[in-house]
Design a protein around this ligand. Sequence first.
Ligand SMILES: Cc1cc2nc3c(=O)[nH]c(=O)nc-3n(C[C@H](O)[C@H](O)[C@H](O)COP(=O)(O)O)c2cc1C
Length: 358
Amino acid sequence: MPTLFDPIQLGAIHAPNRVIMAPLTRGRSTRDHVPTEMMQTYYAQRAGAGLLISEATGISREGLGWPYAPGLWTDAQTNAWKPVTEAVHNAGGRIVAQLWHMGRVVHSSFLNGEPPVSASATQAPYKAHTYDGRQDYDVARPLEISEIPRLLADYAHAARNAIAAGFDGVQLHAANGYLIDQFLRNGSNLRDDHFGGSIDGRIRLLDEVVQTLIATVGADRVGVRLSPNGDSQGVDDSDPEPLFTAAAAMVDRHGIAFLELREPDENGTFGRTDVPRLSPAIRKVFKGPLILNSDYTLEAAQAALASGVADAISFGRPFISNPDLPERLAKGLPLAPDNQAQWYSQGPEGYIDYPTAA
Ligand SMILES: Cc1cc2nc3c(=O)[nH]c(=O)nc-3n(C[C@H](O)[C@H](O)[C@H](O)COP(=O)(O)O)c2cc1C
């Protein structure tokens, strides 16, 4: 029976342990979405993870609407990621880039006043993060079928840049109410063409993006993240189990390196839902490495591995405040709490100043 501290092969990536760092947006890049020097320190400090999944990283101007989040569509962004991946590798770690298109939750202020794109003409609830504070979302413009090849080219371009920047692979962000998720779920995908309607229609964009990424970097360097249970940013589905098991079976057929599920439950502290976790059903159809996430403690993580429902566990908030999280877990040391006020606060405070236990 594997434990968190046993190695695992994730496609082409050899992870020396099963404590994975979940993707965490931290807002420490420039206004042009160029990574900064402190990001080298931040990721290198956390290189003891079996695998680091980077913060969500924009694939295009159209797809990125988060202040000071990084991108991978310009040469300047790509070049500034190089010392980050190098620092991780020099510290003995591995890192994949999480590729992000936010779809309808890109505020129009990032787009010269143009509306964002989505599956359908819907408007996200709550308020957008912008450079001028929180603002209402705009009604999205449905993507035309004729635009899909250009969207796929944007994903391919960003994936090529990720490899050029020294990443060990990519993870497609298909979770949390962003573009791919907006296509997956019938609360936000109201299309009646072959990118909507049936489950086959709604998983088509995911399928085409995954195939594009595989053609660009190889299946053994492509991971996918899904959030199958419950509402994310107003994106939800009336019958999630058949939808997400079909999506998981499809990525399984493509032989991707790993699938990660973000699944809060009724006690969730980052999202809460009464929709049961779908990982047991997904486990039956996805045969590759399955990484589970949300609110895991050491005990719950070991139990998930022991029961066979997961192959590895990703930790988000614990990695913010415990750069040496795998070591602390292995030694049973207490974990330091994180400070939510500093999640996106730009400066080095609450970012690179959390000490190791030693
Ligand atoms: C500050 C912060 C930033 C996050 N950024 C991302 C992100 O960029 N991409 C993503 O897929 N999830 C993101 N998440 C969700 C986390 O990856 C993770 O699913 C969540 O924190 C639950 O895991 P945990 O209980 O181990 O923290 C973020 C969460 C937090 C707290």
